[in-house]
Design a protein around this ligand. Structure first.
Ligand code: HEC
Ligand code: HEC
Ligand code: HEC
Ligand code: HEC
Ligand code: HEC
Ligand code: HEC
Ligand code: HEC
Ligand code: HEC
Length: 495
């Protein structure tokens, strides 16, 4: 409705966003013979407008192979985010669907990994909405919050003057839901990906809602129905493969895992003894000595002769995982990641939702939220990986002990969930419990089991502090739940 109104408005009032721009003659463009007619037109302006983009792209593999502005940004009328730009229909967003014109496999693999589902795992297990609502409640905020500095922020602000601010952000009083969305926009969604919405559409300009864009999260939902943003690991516009391979680029989102990996000898070797990181296929021992996040979770895996390919490189980062470590459960083939997802999704979004009809990539209708490999199959992949450099016994010793430890620790996680259920049943569950249980639960995986799989032994040092925190909370719960219920749960889950 809103976008319709925008189009009519543009028709009658004829709002134009075109600017007068200095143009570089095409004869003066370097390597002009490599590029399409359309791209040459883009370049003639963009060597002077947002010239950063031009210089960033100019030395990339894409530029060398003649893949220019138009080849990536060109769009069609079916894409809600497309607009006419000096005679060309383009979109600012270059979504996986557009990359798939040339990189189909990478896009498919990305989608079948947990990265491709990161938005859904977030928004439909209700944590997103409730997490900040509970936090705001604990902080003391009420149903509405008066926005301070209203005039300064809304009336005279150079940022709000050049976009269309959605109504709920223009109110003098923000509802607790709006406030929670603002937090959410700048935290959870930054890594997991947002839902990008077209807020106002004119013939030659599209305004994306500020809640949701800019965003380069792994599971971003795009207006053209595709999922993901390839630009979180591959920076636009160099699309440097060296940057994508760096542990730091994973660390942008995988904060704790990166911190533990950084304290492993693997990292020290990777950092100090790697070369050719821009090259197509990296070979362990030749190009790097200690593995990186990308080489373990995405890289090609060879037999120990280092010539015979065992598993090709992949954008499915789930390939290596035998556990669902965050929850401490072993994976089963075709195990649903979130049982209620497809149902909820249909109800919430309706069948017309673009993502379900994005035919070119053949997304499953109900979003196939399943794991590709069973525990045993994934363990075989991981062992083959380590055996590129280590012996079979070294590798087996490592996994045999770590798997037993992970299984034992997961009992404590299940105990915490059982306590949560009991507190709810007794109707004594509060926002404090929500935050405490979530926090303690996640510490067990993010600070103990996941780091342990990344060669970080320091994680065990903090177990004493964790135990004291847990103990304090358990004493509190014990009181409210009653000793009998508490002890019977403890017996059931921890013995
Ligand atoms: C006549 C000059 C001109 C031509 C030709 C031109 N652009 Fe632009 N383009 C601009 C200017 C000016 C901007 C505004 C930059 C800003 O926002 O500061 C712009 C903005 C953009 C944006 C960002 C739009 C937004 O607001 O999000 C993209 C993407 C873009 N151009 C791509 C292209 C592509 C691809 C081509 C070739 C098909 C092209 N441009 C051709 C002048 C031009
Ligand atoms: C390999 C594909 C690719 C090529 C080639 C490419 N772009 Fe982009 N461009 C992207 C991606 C990806 C984004 C990020 C948008 C998103 O979030 O989806 C982007 C974003 C932009 C933006 C917005 C940047 C910002 O920070 O606001 C502009 C402007 C732009 N491109 C212009 C150009 C111009 C001009 C060229 C040619 C010199 C070009 N692009 C070539 C993929 C490409
Ligand atoms: C019009 C076709 C086309 C489109 C669209 C396209 N690419 Fe490419 N891409 C290529 C070609 C050609 C190469 C060079 C392949 C080679 O040399 O083996 C390449 C190479 C790459 C590389 C390797 C770079 C390197 O330094 O080795 C990455 C990463 C990449 N593309 C990512 C993307 C992403 C992400 C998108 C979408 C935002 C995209 N591409 C869109 C054609 C395209
Ligand atoms: C800094 C990046 C980042 C932010 C911010 C972030 N997450 Fe995550 N999230 C991750 C990563 C990475 C994982 C994968 C597990 C791990 O390594 O901890 C994850 C996993 C999850 C999972 C498990 C999903 C599944 O597979 O079942 C949930 C639920 C989740 N996050 C919720 C949230 C919520 C709610 C917020 C905001 C309060 C949030 N996340 C903010 C990076 C982030
Ligand atoms: C989690 C980070 C990450 C994301 C997200 C990601 N890539 Fe990659 N990409 C990489 C890494 C790392 C490599 C190098 C893999 C290797 O060493 O074999 C790579 C390599 C590539 C290559 C070069 C392949 C080759 O063999 O030359 C292309 C093309 C590519 N990615 C396209 C994409 C596209 C398209 C998307 C979006 C669907 C995407 N990537 C999303 C990290 C990522
Ligand atoms: C833009 C943020 C972001 C970046 C960058 C990123 N990830 Fe992730 N990754 C996530 C989120 C969020 C999840 C959790 C998704 C979920 O559980 O729903 C995740 C999950 C994972 C998982 C768990 C998969 C599974 O099936 O359990 C692995 C492994 C992983 N990422 C590896 C990587 C590697 C390797 C890189 C760098 C090459 C990387 N990620 C870069 C956000 C990111
Ligand atoms: C030596 C190879 C190796 C390196 C290097 C490595 N990982 Fe892992 N990673 C593993 C293994 C093995 C597991 C355990 C998988 C399992 O069995 O579930 C794992 C688990 C994970 C998980 C939890 C997924 C799950 O199984 O539930 C995430 C997220 C992750 N790694 C991200 C990263 C990131 C980010 C980096 C770099 C900072 C990194 N990894 C470096 C091998 C590695
Ligand atoms: C690219 C080769 C390579 C790969 C792949 C690799 N490692 Fe390593 N790893 C090394 C090297 C080299 C060392 C350092 C040996 C030394 O101490 O001098 C090392 C050290 C270790 C150590 C000893 C750390 C310590 O200080 O106690 C363990 C344990 C280990 N690796 C486990 C694994 C596991 C498990 C995998 C598979 C998930 C794996 N490695 C994959 C090369 C590799």
């Amino acid at each position: 409705m809103r976008s319709l109104l925008g189009v009519t408005l543009a028709f009658f009032v004829s709002i134009s966003f075109a600017k007068n721009i200095k143009k570089t003659p095409i004869s003066k463009i370097e390597n002009a013979e490599r590029y399409s007619e359309e791209t040459l037109q883009c370049l003639s302006c963009h060597m002077n407008a947002k010239a950063f983009v031009y210089y960033d792209w100019k030395n990339s593999k894409h530029a060398m192979k003649g893949v220019g502005c138009y080849e990536c940004h060109r769009s069609d009328i079916k894409d809600p985010s497309s607009f006419m730009h000096y005679g060309f229909r383009i979109s600012t967003l270059v979504t996986p669907r557009k990359c798939a014109r040339c990189h189909k496999n990478e896009v498919k693999e990305h989608l079948s990994s947990l990265h491709g589902k990161a938005y859904f795992t977030l928004s439909y297990n209700q944590i997103t909405k409730s997490y900040y609502l509970y936090l705001l409640k604990l902080m003391g905020y009420g149903k509405y919050t008066k926005l301070p500095y209203y005039k300064l922020l809304i009336k005279k602000n150079p940022s709000t003057e050049v976009i269309f601010l959605p109504k709920f952000l223009k109110r003098k009083k923000l509802s607790k839901y709006t406030l929670a969305s603002l937090f959410n926009n700048h935290s959870c969604l930054k890594c997991h990906g947002s839902k990008v919405r077209v807020y106002k559409k004119f013939v030659d300009k599209v305004f994306l809602s500020p809640l949701g864009f800019p965003n380069e999260g792994v599971g971003r939902i795009n207006p053209d129905g595709s999922v993901g943003s390839c630009a979180n690991c591959h920076p636009f516009h160099s699309f440097s493969i060296k940057v994508a391979r760096s542990p730091e680029s994973c660390g942008v989102c995988h904060k704790y895992t990166y911190e533990s990996y950084k304290h492993s000898f693997h990292y020290v070797l990777y950092k100090n003894l790697s070369k050719n990181l821009d090259k197509k296929n990296l070979i362990p021992g030749k190009d790097y000595r200690g593995p990186s996040c990308a080489s373990c979770h995405m890289g090609a895996i060879y037999e120990d002769d280092l010539h015979t390919l065992k598993y090709p490189s992949t954008h499915n980062v789930s390939r290596l995982s035998a556990w669902k470590l965050l929850y401490g459960v072993p994976r089963k083939k075709n195990m649903k990641i979130n049982k209620t997802l497809s149902k909820t999704y249909y109800i919430k979004a309706g069948k017309k939702e673009a993502i379900i009809s994005s035919k070119p990539l053949r997304y499953s209708r109900s979003l196939n939220m399943t794991y590709n490999l069973s525990f045993i199959e994934a363990r075989k992949v991981a062992m083959a990986l380590c055996e590129e450099c280590h012996t079979r016994a070294w590798t087996a010793n490592y996994f045999a002990t770590l798997d037993e430890l992970t299984a034992s620790i997961s009992k404590l996680q299940k105990f915490l969930l059982a306590l949560e259920k009991a507190l709810k049943k007794k109707k004594v569950y509060t926002a404090y419990d929500y935050i405490m249980i979530r926090n303690l639960y996640l510490k067990l995986s993010r600070k103990v089991t996941i780091p342990a799989f990344h060669e970080n032994y320091a994680s065990f040092q903090s177990l004493d502090k964790f135990t004291l925190e847990l103990n304090k909370y358990l004493n509190n719960v014990k009181r409210r739940l009653g000793l009998r219920t508490y002890l019977s749960l403890k017996r059931k889950y921890l013995n």
